[in-house]
Design a protein around this ligand. Structure first.
Ligand code: B1M
Length: 210
């Protein structure tokens, strides 16, 4: 199995080739864990780093994500036996009143690229929905995305309602999106602001593995 070639195929978004390579590797007896950790994830990390450095743009990232998801879909039935344990669970959504989801989807994809279990609540998500999802899924992280200055204040409600629900001390609240700043994150009492999806996944992983 040429892991470097597989990573390159993910990075460049070659879904069909990724599917074929993953299928052939499984047939040849390569473990799902090795295919994921040495082939698919490095490809996503590479495109994530390039995206962070403005070397590639959203379409390339979405195409790479599609290729990675194609590979992961084939691996999924083999993962339970491969002993791949998710480091934790994150609940993600775009806040109430806001329908922008491209950035949120990128964050989701980067989190999944790290092996984190992600519950995607979609767009227009209220503080109450975030809290309920944490409780139902025993999640450790809430990821809120907002693109509108008129909707970003729902993030403050997420912090307040998590206090009221008694889960504030066991949930890491991450915020991001174009109008969000570190100053805003500090002001509302959230735990972490990152300006891009790749850094968000790094921060989530650092929290889950600390
Ligand atoms: Co709208 N829109 N939009 N829009 N839209 C903006 C955001 C706007 C800045 C355009 C403008 O006026 N210049 C403006 C907001 C102004 C403001 O509030 N200050 C705006 C407006 C006004 C509106 C409407 C109100 C327009 C109208 O109807 N009159 C309306 C609102 C609808 C609603 O949500 N209720 C609206 C609608 C739309 C479309 C539906 C047409 C479409 C959304 C399609 C979709 O998402 N499926 C859309 C789009 C595409 C944009 C722009 C052009 C692009 C947004 C985008 O996807 N960027 C945007 C202008 C712009 O940003 N140049 C604009 C790419 C994406 C990858 O970036 O989401 O910022 P972003 O994600 C980044 C980081 O922010 C970060 O990671 C990503 C990069 O790695 N990130 C996180 C995001 N979430 C994170 C969470 C984290 C960490 C990092 O931790 C949890």
């Amino acid at each position: 199995m040429d892991f470097i070639e597989l990573s390159k195929m993910v990075e460049t978004g070659k879904s069909k080739i990724v599917k074929t390579m993953v299928t052939e590797a499984l047939e040849a007896g390569v473990s799902a864990k090795d295919i994921l950790e040495q082939g698919l994830l490095p490809g996503m990390s590479a495109i994530g780093d390039k995206f962070k450095n403005n070397e590639v743009y959203v379409p390339e990232v979405l195409i790479a994500a599609r290729a990675m998801n194609a590979g992961v879909t084939i691996l999924k039935p083999h993962m339970a036996s491969a002993d791949i344990k998710a480091p934790g669970t994150a609940v993600i959504g775009t806040v109430k009143g806001d329908l922008h989801d491209i950035g949120k989807n990128l964050v989701k994809m980067m989190l999944e690229g790290k092996g984190i279990n992600v519950i995607d609540l979609g767009v227009d998500v209220s503080a109450e929905q975030f809290i309920a999802a944490v409780q139902e899924n025993d999640a450790q992280i809430i990821c809120c995305s907002a693109l509108l200055t008129t909707t970003m204040n729902e993030m403050e409600a997420v912090v307040k309602k998590s206090e009221e629900a008694g889960i504030r001390d066991r949930v890491f609240i991450m915020v991001g999106g174009a109008p969000i700043t570190q100053e805003y994150c500090d002001r509302i009492g959230a735990d972490c602001y990152t300006s891009d999806a790749s850094s968000a996944s790094d921060a989530a992983m650092a929290y889950l593995t600390k």
